[in-house]
Design a binder for this molecule. Sequence first.
Ligand SMILES: [Ca+2]
Length: 96
Amino acid sequence: MQTVTITFDELYVESGQQCAYDSLALHDGHDTEAPLIGRYCGSRGPQPLTTSSSAVFVVFISDTDINVGRFALSWKVNEGLCHRHNFTGDTRTTSF
Ligand SMILES: [Ca+2]
């Protein structure tokens, strides 16, 4: 099965206890019903992380106060062993 490795290139999101104000959440799957990988805010992102599924769902929430944010994520698709012969690799960056 394919998995996805996410790297936080940049994180600058209003911080708060339990990221209650602004947050960037990653789910291990196709929607918010998928298991939560983590919820992030502040200026220090986690180390690169890898999903257990072939999809990652990103939710950015911002409240109406203190809009300081930006973030940049890179992702890389990790091909499963059974499809290795078709692997072409894919890395992109999305910035907001
Ligand atoms: Ca805010």
